[in-house]
Ligand binder design. Structure first.
Ligand SMILES: Nc1ncnc2c1ncn2[C@@H]1O[C@H](COP(=O)(O)OP(=O)(O)O)[C@@H](O)[C@H]1O
Ligand SMILES: CC(=O)N[C@@H](CCC(=O)OP(=O)(O)O)C(=O)O
Length: 259
């Protein structure tokens, strides 16, 4: 007999949803409707979040200059303290509060909690305290998901010596997606997917993405998203979506799906 309860006996699929800092001011009703729909469709969700705009504001407030190199924030000891505070104390707690208020049991985690994201330094001479993920504690995420709890992960990693390392949130999302064997990665941002000129792109392939980057149609904050997408596709995750809060935008798959 098929009842709503029977979904609990079916192996659940996994999806990672990355929330960009540009839309963390408040999640809209449509987002929560879509979120519940995904759960009903048999997906367990892990949320990863950034916080770029809040970090910019906090660093400016503290009189610390921000330098972005190749899409990554060059991070010194002083800025690292501010970033850690913004992401863990402000953004993560606000998001967890909002989810719990909507009746979604959520728990906040940084890379320190349960050794979730163990990192080395990506390139200290160039980027300072920016982390390269060496290991994701997928077992911890498995345990929480099986208990019906939504993990909400900030993009702060931990070095083996216990230093907080800043990581681009799109990169964290792709590494977490790979570690938990997600069927899909959804990068939620402030724009409904990739545009080329004024044209919305409903679908894309790695070849098209390379072309659009070369032509300069994809730039800035969209570059780490596309890189995260390519990493996931190459490793066998079937689809990556770059979408707005309504979950509308571009689906990226290896095969051309729109010819
Ligand atoms: N081809 C493109 N299509 C859409 N947005 C693009 C494109 N190229 C660059 N962008 C920029 O990327 C931004 C999203 O990246 P970012 O600001 O880092 O978002 P988030 O904070 O959600 O990670 C868009 O607001 C837009 O300015
Ligand atoms: C190393 C690095 O660049 N870290 C990012 C982390 C936040 C982030 O990625 O936030 P968005 O998702 O809003 O872009 C930063 O300091 O801005």
């Amino acid at each position: 007999m098929t009842t709503s309860k029977s979904t609990h006996h079916i192996a659940r699929k996994r999806i990672v949803i990355k929330l960009g800092g540009s839309m963390l001011e408040g999640l809209c009703t449509t987002f929560f409707e879509q979120f519940h729909q995904l759960q009903q469709d048999g997906y367990d969700v892990v949320i990863v979040h950034g916080g770029g705009p809040s970090i910019n504001a906090a660093l400016a407030n503290a009189g610390i200059e921000s330098k972005i190199d190749n899409g990554l924030r060059v991070t010194c000891e002083k800025s690292s303290d501010v970033i850690k505070h913004v992401l863990i104390s402000d953004v993560n707690t606000a998001l967890v509060f909002q989810l719990n208020k909507e009746g979604i049991p959520a728990i906040g985690l940084s890379g320190f909690d349960g050794k979730l994201l163990t990192c080395s330094l990506l390139d200290e001479a160039r980027y300072g305290l920016v982390g390269k993920i060496e290991k994701v504690n997928a077992h911890l995420l498995d345990t929480l998901l099986k208990a019906g709890i939504l993990p909400v992960v900030s993009c702060i990693g931990a070095s083996a010596e216990g230093k907080a390392l800043n990581i681009n949130a799109d990169t964290v999302a792709s590494e977490v997606a790979l570690a938990i064997g997600a069927k899909s990665l959804m990068l939620v941002t402030d724009t409904p997917g990739i545009h080329v000129g004024n044209a919305k792109q409903h679908a894309a392939t790695p070849l098209l993405l390379a072309k659009w980057i070369t032509e300069g149609a994809i730039y800035g904050g969209m570059i780490p998203k596309v890189e995260a997408a390519l990493t996931c596709l190459e490793a066998g995750i079937p689809a990556v979506h770059i979408v707005d809060q309504q979950l509308e935008g571009t689906v990226i798959e290896i095969e051309e799906v729109f010819s």
